[in-house]
Write a protein that binds this ligand. Structure first.
Ligand code: NAP
Length: 272
């Protein structure tokens, strides 16, 4: 049975991954403050600055696949992933690295596919860009990059924030001219299972496949929550009227149609 180590298994993406992958795979995970649903002997507390502990863990578990869904200080994360790559340099282990739409946040004039070169402006985007290319340089085809947009889930900070705003009768600012895509934790996890089982390689953009303005997406979420009066306050992105894009698209054919999701699929699954 393939051994999978999920780094950051207690987070939004990590939790969905372990729930999806425990069926049929031997799953291990790390956390810092929130324990996971994995058995006691398959989860480990691990901070990104504790490199020796990471090396020990890699020696003990000897995973076939490492999935990184970590957060933490950027410099620490960069060193952590560099040392992780060194520790498996001469092994068969593959690393699936979660990156972000923000690697393109230096230019909002169009959507981006996997064939485009990242162009980040934010510190977050620049850090993710660096980490992606470092892993690809050190591990070659054994580094798989998964870029994702804003992630939703039944227990996600984004959905909880909307519920809080409704409770406190606070307005939510949204952009009426920003095309963005979204994803759902549990649907993303199904795509990752497919990727592991089919041994795909390279860079992947996993996100809703149709275009929707951010304000429309929020309107539909509120509709599902049964809210009649809109608490949305539409604004123009960067105070300009032109349509802007915070959107990743995929030009890859590897993921089958049945595992590609629209914004409506995401919203309906979120409220199922
Ligand atoms: N969520 C999104 O919308 C989104 C969008 C684009 C990209 N991403 C990327 O996808 C990955 C997963 O995101 P997520 O939303 O699932 O994150 P999350 O919910 O914040 O979870 C982060 C995970 O990392 C662990 N962690 C936090 N600080 C750490 C540290 N200093 N050392 C070691 N582990 C630490 C957390 O442990 P504890 O919970 O135990 O503290 C948790 O398991 C991240 O790399 C993120 O950049 C996320």
């Amino acid at each position: 049975m393939k051994k999978i180590l999920v780094l950051g298994a207690s987070g939004l993406v990590g939790r969905a991954l372990i729930d999806e992958l425990v069926e049929g795979l031997d799953v291990y995970g790390t956390y810092t403050s929130n324990v996971t649903s994995l058995p006691h002997d398959k989860q480990f507390s691990l901070e990104v600055q504790h490199i020796d502990k990471m090396r020990e863990l890699m020696d003990t578990v000897k995973p076939d696949v490492v999935i990184s869904c970590l957060r933490g200080d950027y410099d620490h994360q960069l060193t952590f992933h560099e040392e992780l790559a060194k520790s498996i340099k001469n092994q068969h282990t593959k690393v699936y690295y979660f990156s972000t739409t923000n690697v393109f946040d230096g230019d909002f004039s169009r959507p981006y596919t996997e064939a485009d070169t990242p162009i980040a402006e934010s510190e977050y985007g620049k850090f993710k860009m660096k980490c992606e290319s470092m892993l690809q340089e050190m591990l070659g085809e054994r580094a798989i990059t998964i870029r994702i947009p804003m992630i939703w889930g039944k227990n996600s900070p984004r959905l909880n924030q909307i519920k809080e705003s409704l409770k406190d009768e606070k307005v939510i600012e949204v952009f009426s001219n920003l095309v963005c895509n979204h994803h759902l934790d549990v649907l993303l996890a199904k795509q990752v299972r497919f990727m592991i089982e089919n041994d795909v390689k390279g860079v992947f953009h996993l996100a809703s496949i149709d275009r929707m303005m951010q304000s429309q997406f929020y309107e539909q979420i509120l509709h599902q929550l049964g809210v009649e009066k809109s608490i949305l306050e539409p604004r123009f992105f960067l105070d300009k009227e032109d349509v802007a894009y915070f959107q990743i698209e995929s030009n890859r054919e590897d993921i089958p149609r049945v595992l590609r999701y629209t914004n409506s699929d995401i919203i309906s699954s979120l409220f199922q």
